[in-house]
Each structure stands twice: as structure tokens, then as C-alpha cells.
Design a protein around this ligand. Structure first.
Ligand SMILES: [Cu+2]
Length: 157
């Protein structure tokens, strides 16, 4: 009887310690995962249309300083297009550009998308302003393949 009580007295704290450790690992792991995938707002822009129209859809985009964005660019049209917005690109911090199995880190100014192409540009705007966007293929901007990227100042809370 005495031995059994002694065993229980020794085993219970061990079980509690293991349970506390498991809870701690799960909690810390959960917070870590949340931090790694901090909320990025997804904005999708089509370069051209399936019918071959020379325009961006949408052609007006709105961003806010300090917010993390995932700009999804695709090309549903039968020809290649550019997403050219150099001043906009200079006013933000690029985390990465992902296309297929390749991830590019660092500054970027212009992306070329072939028909059916898809790229994800993850960035954080740093400076407010109104920036121009155009397709750099000869004649496309003139035909209407232009847009505006507006970056608003962060809410002063
Ligand atoms: Cu174009």
C-alpha cells in the first residue's frame, strides 16, 4: 500500500510535467506559425484579357503603407505583357517574387509574364503616393495598357 502510494506520488508530477511541456510546445509552435505567415492582403491583377484586350484588370489599385500584400499577377491573354511600375517599386520593400518553383528575393522593378504566366509579388509599401503602371511592350501603353497604383499613408493611430 505504501509503495503504491509512493509510486503514484512520483508518477503524477511526471505526467503533469510532460503535459505542460506538450502544451507549451503546441502554444509556441502555434504563435510561431502565425508570425511566419503574417496576414498578407491578396490583390489579383490580370495582364490583358483572354480576348486580347490591351489593359490591366483592374487598372486602379489601392494600397496602404505598412500593410503586407501578395500581388498575384497573371496573363490570360495570347501574348506577353509587362507589369512596369518603377516608381511604385522604389517606394516599397519587396519580400519576394515567386514564379513557379523559383522564389526571387530583393528589389524588383518590372515583371514580364508570358501567356498563361503567373507570378506572386509579396511586398510592403513604404511611401504614400500615386504611381503609374504600364506595359512596356511597344504600343501597349498607347493602346490603353496603363494603370494607377495609389498608396495611402498608414492610419495614424
Ligand atoms: Cu502588354
Amino acid at each position: 500500500m505504501m509503495v503504491q502510494q509512493l509510486r503514484q506520488a512520483l508518477v503524477l508530477p511526471k505526467i503533469l510535467t510532460v503535459l505542460i511541456a506538450i502544451v507549451a510546445v503546441l502554444t509556441l509552435g502555434g504563435y510561431g506559425a502565425i508570425a511566419a505567415s503574417a496576414p498578407a492582403e491578396t490583390v489579383t491583377v490580370h495582364l490583358g484579357t483572354a480576348a486580347g484586350d490591351l489593359r490591366f484588370e483592374p487598372s486602379q489599385m489601392q494600397f496602404t503603407v505598412g500593410q503586407r500584400y501578395k500581388l498575384v499577377l497573371d496573363n490570360p491573354s495570347p501574348e506577353k505583357h509587362y507589369f512596369t511600375a518603377k516608381d511604385f517599386a522604389d517606394a516599397l520593400w519587396t519580400q519576394k517574387v515567386q514564379a513557379g518553383a523559383v522564389e526571387v528575393k530583393g528589389a524588383i522593378h518590372e515583371l514580364e509574364l508570358k501567356p498563361g504566366g503567373l507570378a506572386e509579388w509579396v511586398f510592403v509599401p513604404e511611401r504614400p503616393g500615386l504611381y503609374e503602371l504600364h506595359c512596356a511592350i511597344a504600343g501597349h501603353a498607347e493602346a490603353g495598357m496603363v494603370g494607377q497604383l495609389r498608396v495611402a499613408a498608414a492610419d495614424s493611430v
